[in-house]
Design a protein around this ligand. Sequence first.
Ligand SMILES: [Fe+2]
Ligand SMILES: [Fe+2]
Length: 268
Amino acid sequence: MTRLLHLSDPHFGAADEATARSFLDCAAELAPDLTVLSGDLTMRARRSELAAAKSFVDQLPQPHFVIPGNHDIPAFNQPFDRVFRPFRRYRETFGPDLEPILRKGSIEIVGLNSSRGIGPQLDWSKGILSQAQLQRAASRFASPSPGLRILTLHHPLLAPPDHRRDVVKPLPALVSLLTASHVDLVLCGHFHQSLIGIVGKDAKWSTIVSQAPTVCSTRLQGEPPGFHMIHHDGDSLRIVLHRFDQTRFIECSVMDFRRAGTGWQPIS
Ligand SMILES: [Fe+2]
Ligand SMILES: [Fe+2]
């Protein structure tokens, strides 16, 4: 059995300290094999926010795996940095690699950076992947899977009905990569809502998507802070949603999946 803790969007600068402390206590008790934080560590990559985020990350159970989100870029109060070196401060704090990779036991995880300082899109908060990034991820998945193959990026693949246009682009190309590389699980965030489901239903391979809510920020989208605990054992995978109930994080709901020849399907 492998146990993964997936959290997202702590947003230091708009984080609730008591919720963050409660989460860290809960995470230490859960003692996962790997902790994955899928971006938006800060609000605007201010130095004080990055320092608080670094202290939080340093207290996560080890090993941990961190990627940036769209809020980890300075806003237009620092236009030069925003345009020419959007991740300078993030890199100074968390290391130079915006797209880390890790193999540990039965887990293989590849990170993708879907956030941009500027770009052709009018809404800077939306997620974009280039062909070069997709090709690089495919090449990183070239060797045989050790058991559970994971991709993590900040921006979402699944959307509630009123956010259909806010998924990462180009979604069809990303789903093609997941199918071709037989990726088992995608970990992402951004909407501050828990969404768990499948992509690639009509393709030759279906992949589980875990979109974690915000873990401790005050920027709530109609649901309390939470995180996902993922339990993997062979061809079985369970995602447990934990929610903050004003005093502590408690188990709230469970989704089970089973892997067969064409990928993963939910068990009803
Ligand atoms: Fe966020
Ligand atoms: Fe975001």
